[in-house]
Design a protein around this ligand. Structure first.
Ligand code: FAD
Length: 454
């Protein structure tokens, strides 16, 4: 089916092609993908296994039956949020580009610049209402299998509640299933005989169960830092094992019961955990704040896409497997980024390519680009598992996509705000969410927002 849609880059009289597209997941990625696909004239079905939109931002007090997530038959809880979580990005920078994350008329709102998680979910709900996306979503519907069928189309098998498996055929599938649900666990020699409890931060919600416990927390990423402070108020001792700390161990300023160590060397039957710095601690609990694995249990690509040491590949620009492009795509794989605007750029690009408005290079050219990228990572000594870490180049990436799309690049204030926040977080780890010096950038952002909010 072809439908004419006018866009600034569209050559005169060239019809856009409307595809039938399945989007898997109704988190921030799936929602913006659905909006962009429909804007481009495609028909869209969003599959969402939960009973509401928001993905990660749907907090649940429930945790999984296996607290470290090794049992493949455990009950799965999607979210990894803890009750006290506030965003680690300022709301102005965090929101979608044309739907600013600013004050709304909502009754129970959190006006803070780094709000609690409920405010983010409220923002995503507002986004859904504003763009009428709810009608595209099939709730309580778990995608069990996605595989190729004849004619290059995709079969999507899904199950709603306790119902039967339903098979449908789509022209294209956009995978937006998130990547903060499948825990990655530290490998600790001797752990099998160590008598204590273990859990992954995926199953951390509130500090109370850690009362009077001696806790060894592994990892010093955003969640690890937040959680160590959360539990320090009730635990007897908190010992953080961090790869980044090579030289000895020391107390954390402002806390009487928190110490930073180097990595763990071994765990022992008597309850002791031995660190590289030579210290040993008799611990009750190990809390793994060690990150997550990309996981696509429903996806069968005949080996065209694999997850190898947390590299999803081969993917052109972290989105399209060259041999299956543009019929299979991934939204939201990059990390150490400002997610929402990046999800928006990726989604617009996918939508434009599927309609024929934007062209992809040949399969061979895409593969050459992917291989050159992998070689450059290797040459710089970047481990494979950091393939989708975009800390150093997220805005270059967004601007490359913007150029393909013919739209404006990332806002200068957003780039500067991201960098100002990173510096402020390093300088004021305890208070960066409530004290800052980039007020001029907040004003610039609000001036920019006027075009969307008036
Ligand atoms: P998700 O939000 O995970 O959504 C994926 C959706 O897919 C879910 O709704 C899930 O139910 C659904 N799904 C999965 N599999 C299936 C299936 N088989 N069938 C049907 N549905 C399925 N970002 C920020 O911008 N600021 C922050 O401060 C911030 N803090 C964070 C703190 C934590 C602890 C975590 C874990 C993440 C944080 N993030 C933050 C990143 C956050 O992941 C992104 O903001 C955003 O939620 C990513 O959206 P997504 O759509 O890619 O994935």
């Amino acid at each position: 089916m072809t439908i004419p849609i006018s866009t600034t880059r569209l050559p005169a009289m060239r019809p856009l092609i409307s595809r039938h597209v399945a989007v898997i997941g109704a988190g921030a990625g799936g929602l913006v993908a659905a909006r962009e696909l429909r804007r481009e004239g495609h028909t869209v079905v969003v599959f969402e296994k939960q009973n509401q939109v928001g993905g990660t931002w749907v907090y649940s007090p429930n945790t999984e039956s296996d607290p470290i997530g090794l049992d493949p038959n455990r009950n799965i809880v999607h979210t990894s949020l803890y009750a006290s979580l506030r965003t680690n990005l300022p709301r102005e920078a965090m929101g979608f580009r044309d739907f600013p994350f600013v004050e709304t008329g909502r009754v129970h709102r959190d006006p803070r610049r780094f709000p609690g998680h409920e405010e983010v979910l409220g923002y995503l709900d507002d986004f859904v209402t504003e763009f009428g996306i709810g009608e595209l979503v099939r709730f309580d519907t778990d995608v069990r299998h996605v595989g190729l069928v004849e004619g290059g189309k995709w079969e999507v098998a899904s199950k709603k509640g306790g119902g039967d498996l339903v098979d449908e055929v789509y022209d294209a599938v956009v995978v937006c299933n998130g990547h903060y649900t499948e825990p990655r666990i530290a490998d600790i020699p001797g752990i099998d005989v160590w008598p204590g409890k273990q859990l992954h931060s995926h199953n951390y919600r509130v500090p109370e169960p850690f009362k009077d416990q001696v806790v060894v927390l592994i990892g010093s990423s955003a969640s690890g830092v937040d959680i160590s402070k959360d539990i320090a108020g009730v635990a007897r001792e908190v010992h953080i094992a961090a790869r980044s700390n090579m030289d000895g161990f020391y107390g954390i300023p402002g806390y009487k019961n928190v110490w930073l160590h180097s990595m763990i060397v071994s765990a022992h039957e008597d309850g002791n955990i031995v660190f590289q710095d030579g210290n040993a601690v008799c611990a009750d609990i190990i809390l793994h704040c060690t990150g997550y694995k990309y996981h696509f249990p429903f996806l069968d690509t005949n080996g065209n896409v694999t997850v190898d040491d947390n590299r999803v590949g081969p993917l052109y620009k972290h989105i399209f497997p060259p041999s299956l492009a543009p019929w299979l795509s991934f939204v939201g794989l990059p990390w150490k980024v400002v997610p929402f605007p990046l999800l928006e750029f990726q989604s617009k690009w996918i939508a434009g390519i599927l309609s024929g408005r934007i062209s992809l290079p040949s399969q061979e050219e895409m593969m050459r680009d992917v291989n050159a990228f992998y070689s450059s990572l290797e040459a710089s000594g970047v481990p494979k598992r950091y393939t989708h870490n975009m800390a150093d180049y997220q805005f270059t990436y967004n601007d490359w996509l913007a150029n393909e799309l013919g739209c404006s690049p990332s806002e200068e204030w957003r780039k500067q705000m991201y960098s100002a926040t990173s510096k402020n977080r390093a300088a004021r780890p305890e208070t960066y969410r409530d004290e800052w010096e980039d007020t001029h950038l907040v004003s610039e952002a609000h001036e920019d927002f006027i075009k969307y909010t008036c």
